[in-house]
Design a binder for this molecule. Structure first.
Ligand SMILES: NC(=O)c1ccc[n+]([C@@H]2O[C@H](COP(=O)([O-])OP(=O)(O)OC[C@H]3O[C@@H](n4cnc5c(N)ncnc54)[C@H](OP(=O)(O)O)[C@@H]3O)[C@@H](O)[C@H]2O)c1
Length: 231
């Protein structure tokens, strides 16, 4: 049985990732900040039996990451999916920005994926697929940014992309594939109601990408439709 760990699994894309992987008979370590309040995730776990286990994890709390890695000691993780993310403080256009909110955005979006990769390295190495996926975004693309603004979100995601490039180089010898994924513009709390695609469509595409990638793709940046994205 293949195994995936998903952060931010209680709503949005993370909840849909949990739903679709569990439906494909994967074992899912579904992580969220407040399990007691994760009603939809708890319902899903109850319906699908033993395949989904729910774990408390605030990704910018490094002690919690270490504690979960210890709790899952000996387990294998085929895909470590760093999905949790925040858009950051408001407003973020050129002008006064809440700087401590910006720093928190960095801790959640850029530093946490590194810390997760480090803490769960052995679990990933023990698996067959050996994938570390980080949810990036086209908003974090240097090449694509012609409209400006979103300083905290864009810069934190660009940093996350760079973290993945280094992970790909550093972990290649261990057979680990590190990739950045862009989920599309998705109808979630973060994406908003005007977004173009549903979480179902996004996750169907992301799963296809994750199914097909090999070590040769490590260090790549892929859209949910399989296209390579500009850095
Ligand atoms: N939606 C889009 O159009 C879009 C486009 C490009 C990239 N993305 C990326 O896709 C990922 C998922 O986004 P989404 O649209 O599903 O957003 P969402 O609906 O706002 O969900 C965000 C998830 O991240 C969790 N989270 C936030 N801060 C956390 C922390 N410190 N520790 C642990 N979990 C935390 C949230 O948990 P709580 O419920 O506890 O807050 C929630 O489960 C993000 O990385 C986002 O940047 C989304």
């Amino acid at each position: 049985m293949k195994t995936i760990l998903i952060t931010g699994a209680n709503r949005g894309i993370g909840l849909e990732l949990t739903r679709q992987y569990a439906a494909e008979d994967w074992r899912v370590f579904a992580c969220c900040r407040i399990p007691e309040k994760a009603a939809e995730l708890n319902d899903l776990a109850r319906q699908s039996g033993a395949e989904i286990s729910i774990h408390r994890l605030t990704v910018d709390e490094h002690d919690q990451i270490d504690a979960l890695a210890r709790e899952l000691d000996g387990e294998k993780i085929d895909i470590l999916f760093n999905n949790a993310g925040i858009s950051g403080p408001r407003p973020q256009s050129f002008g006064p920005i809440d700087i401590s909110g910006w720093m928190r955005t960095f801790r959640v979006n850029s530093v946490a994926p590194f810390k997760m990769a480090h803490a769960f390295l052995e679990h990933v190495e023990r698996s067959d697929r050996r994938i570390i996926a980080v949810m990036g975004t086209l908003m974090g693309s240097l090449a694509d940014n012609r409209s400006g603004g979103s300083y905290a979100y864009r810069s934190s995601k660009a940093a996350a992309h760079m973290v993945v490039r280094s992970l790909a180089a550093d972990l290649r010898e261990r057979g680990i594939i590190a990739v950045v994924l862009h989920p599309g513009w998705v109808q979630t709390d973060l994406g908003g109601p005007n977004a173009l695609i549903s979480p179902e469509e996004s996750v169907r595409g992301l799963r296809k990408v994750l199914d097909s990638i090999t070590l040769q793709d490590s260090g790549g940046f892929f859209g949910y439709d399989g296209r390579e994205m500009p850095w």
